[in-house]
Design a binder for this molecule. Structure first.
Ligand SMILES: [Zn+2]
Ligand SMILES: [Zn+2]
Length: 438
């Protein structure tokens, strides 16, 4: 298969995965379909609980949600013994191929989860017009992770096909639950990245340059913390004895307003958002419970810590104000990180050699959070070089929007870029090896 065929195949696969989006830690069908493609190759596959550390997952959905998705996967045709490998939502897969020749350990990460979003049905939305809209109502690949999976699979096919000309070892990570910063640590803690020399990852879209433009590195990763908060008060008849109640609804409402008015920090960008708020049980009852889902972000870990400690103070004060109890549950996070500058040269040189005409910029800003930062940080602590690239594309609507869509040409670009990097890095070592024998 030449690169053109691999690229075509990646686009077809992207459309297949687009039809079956699954939210974090319910990627049963997705993991199975990845396995179906990879089982034809020479990789050693670790599936589900063999690939991720169960106890280092964050924000695992409730048992009911996991069961419903598992049932759906079973109806789809995922065999029972395969589903058992992903017990309790331990989804995802890691593929390793060792060429047996000395050389670099290269790792690549593709995130595989969808979002809880109802996909647009109107004709201008390409997946709707093209017949590959989500079959799972209320779930959607609205961030481009369907593309990331298919790029990872094309890269796998390339490595498998060219393994006789490559040296070293390859670890391809298909990570569950990126959204909300919930899955990356479960991969890191399993040790897959402990001795990686080169770690590559990236994202489609983000920047709306035309497809064919990429950045070798990314900056402005926002550190972020996700919290579920609950307030517990006391219910009472709102007509007969309102004075006996303790109002959890007002505590949550007050907390929401004050969270959004945390003073901004002079040292850099910060964010806070209360995304959902639920409370109470009836019109004439003082609400005895309320729950809110919130997040903080900061341009650095210190700035996120500042937002988080201010948020905790406000939650505590709001509970005190209405004489109710409160509790917080940690649901996920991402840390700040910096890519290694060495990648700018590596990627430019690799692409020149590949002659693929791709425009490589040194850096683009992310201005969002990505739990890949856990992986970048871990690789760097172990003396490897890590990057997160951006494969730009005009977007029909922004990330996480029901009409989100990208130019599939960006998938082709990414396949070219990853494969040219592999050829560049793994061949260098082969040549060195050869010369040392002369
Ligand atoms: Zn996203
Ligand atoms: Zn994403």
């Amino acid at each position: 298969m030449d690169i053109g065929t691999l690229q075509d195949r990646a686009v077809d696969l992207r459309r297949m995965f687009h039809r079956v989006p699954e939210v974090g830690f319910t990627e049963f069908i997705t993991t199975y379909e990845i396995y179906i493609v990879l089982k034809e190759m020479d990789f050693t596959l670790s599936i589900g609980g063999e690939a991720i550390s169960r106890e280092h997952r964050y924000g695992v959905p409730d048992q009911e949600t996991i069961e419903a998705s598992r049932h759906r996967a079973s109806e789809y045709g995922v065999p029972e013994e395969f589903l058992e490998k992903m017990a309790d939502g331990t989804t995802g897969l890691v593929a390793v191929l060792d060429t047996g020749r000395p050389g670099p350990h290269i790792a690549m990460r593709s995130d595989i989860d969808g979002l809880p979003i109802m996909e647009a049905e109107d004709a201008p939305h390409a997946p709707a017009a093209g017949g590959y809209r989500s079959l799972h109502e209320g779930e959607m690949h609205a961030c481009g992770h369907d593309g990331h999976i298919s790029i990872g699979l094309a890269v796998a096919a390339y490595i498998n096909q060219n393994q006789d000309q490559l040296s070293g070892r390859f670890t391809l990570i298909f990570q569950p639950a990126e959204e909300g910063g919930r899955g990356a640590r479960s991969i890191v803690e399993k040790g897959w990245l402990d001795d990686v020399d080169y770690f590559m990852s990236g994202h489609l879209g983000i920047n709306e340059h035309e497809a064919g433009t990429i950045s070798a590195t990314t900056d402005q990763f926002l550190a972020s913390t996700k919290l579920d908060v609950s307030f517990k008060g006391k219910s009472a008849h709102s007509g007969v004895e309102p004075n006996e109640g303790k109002n959890a609804l007002l505590a949550a409402a007050s907390a929401s307003l004050h969270l959004h008015s945390i003073a901004r920090h002079r040292d850099g960008a910060t964010r806070v958002n209360v995304g959902t708020l639920n409370a109470g049980s009836g019109r004439n009852v003082v609400a005895d419970h309320s729950e809110l889902k919130m997040e903080t972000r900061g341009e650095t870990n210190a700035l996120n810590d500042y937002m988080l400690s201010e948020a905790e103070r406000i939650l505590k004060a709001s509970a005190l104000l209405y004489d109710v109890e409160y509790g917080t549950e940690f649901m996920g996070n991402a840390i700040g990180a910096e890519c290694d500058e060495e990648w700018m040269d590596i990627i430019k040189t690799a692409n020149r050699a590949g002659g693929n005409g791709i425009k490589v910029m040194d850096v683009m800003p992310l201005k969002a959070s990505e739990d890949v930062t856990y992986m970048i940080d871990h690789v760097q602590k172990n003396e490897g070089l890590a990057t997160f690239m951006i494969f730009a594309s005009p977007l029909a609507a922004g990330h996480h929007h029901p009409s989100f869509d990208f130019d599939e040409q960006a998938i082709r670009t990414a396949v070219s870029v990853y494969t040219s990097i592999i050829l560049h890095l793994a061949n260098i070592h082969l040549e060195k090896e050869n010369t040392s024998y002369e």
